[in-house]
Design a protein around this ligand. Structure first.
Ligand code: HEC
Length: 262
């Protein structure tokens, strides 16, 4: 018994040390917590915020970051009408890799709803050389990082000065130093819907949009979850009353078994 106690204390100490080491290796500050509209069992993406976030992504982040799992037609999910989606897509020029015309020039066409935002760079090497580090694809950023939406929001709003070698201090980034210059500031964009574009608002909106891109099916999953729980609740109530009815004669002390003498 005593040995068992010692053993469990030792096991606990080892587990604590390992967890500590893992956290130390990450050594990033715990993200600030935001009460996102998509949290909770009935959570939804706030349409207007996600639309503003799309504007921020196109006008700011897309200068460096790709968003390869996003297609213009997805914009329907966050409330854009079809005609506007076509118009937005058509603002972009797509070059089709490997397809050249008779004089050897790359064939280009204007964007369609099935396309995504073309990446500024031809490949990762070029993107790395231009930026000093690779700007990662942001399609899944809120899923790929622990507490992803809060991480993204905190990272964007958490800059804390420069390092002597021209990088930036940011306690939310693992290691505390990031190559990306602060990408947002007050009034960096002008919102079509008139919302004041504070840095905080911009960070929240682009996070709302990227959370949607990372998990487009979230609202359906949540709706289905609620229906399943309602169904189970109804079944539980039904089975309670039918059990009550079935066992009532037994409770009253009646002889429920058919007698063999008859
Ligand atoms: C001028 C180029 C540039 C722009 C504009 C830019 N980024 Fe970055 N971003 C980078 C680079 C480079 C890195 C990699 C930094 C590193 O590894 O130190 C990065 C890293 C990040 C990361 C960290 C990813 C991780 O690994 O956890 C996030 C999140 C991010 N960017 C989001 C954004 C968002 C959102 C915007 C738009 C508001 C934006 N960036 C605009 C260049 C840019």
């Amino acid at each position: 018994m005593k040995n068992l106690k010692k053993l469990s204390i030792a096991a606990f100490a080892v587990a604590a040390a390992v967890t500590g080491a893992v956290y130390a290796a990450g050594d990033a500050k715990k993200p600030r917590q935001v009460d996102w509209s998509f949290n909770g069992p009935l959570g939804k993406y706030e349409r207007a915020s996600a639309q503003r976030g799309f504007q921020v992504f196109r006008e700011v982040c897309a200068a460096c970051h790709a968003l390869k799992y996003f297609k213009f037609r997805n914009l329907e999910d966050i409330g854009y009408p079809e005609a506007q989606i076509k118009a937005i897509a058509a603002e972009y020029t797509m070059s089709i890799p490997g397809e050249v015309d008779s004089s050897g020039d790359q064939i280009e066409r204007s964007g369609l709803p099935k396309d995504g935002i073309p990446w500024t760079f031809d490949n990762e090497e070029q993107a790395t050389a231009a930026n000093g580090a690779l700007p990662p694809d942001l399609s899944l950023i809120t899923k790929a990082r622990h507490d992803g939406a809060n991480y993204l929001y905190s990272l964007l709003t958490g800059y804390d000065g420069q390092t002597p070698d021209g990088k930036y201090k940011n306690p939310y980034f693992p290691g505390g130093v990031i190559t990306m210059a602060p990408p947002i500031m007050d009034d960096l964009v002008e919102y079509a819907d008139g919302t004041p574009a504070t840095a905080d608002q911009i960070a929240k909106d682009v996070t709302m949009f990227l959370a949607y891109v990372g998990e487009p099916g979230l609202e359906d999953h949540k709706k289905r979850g609620v229906l399943v729980i309602l169904f189970l609740l109804v079944m539980t109530i039904l089975s309670y009353f039918s059990m009550k009815k079935i066992w009532a004669p037994v409770k009253r002390g009646e002889d429920v078994m058919p007698s063999s003498e008859e």
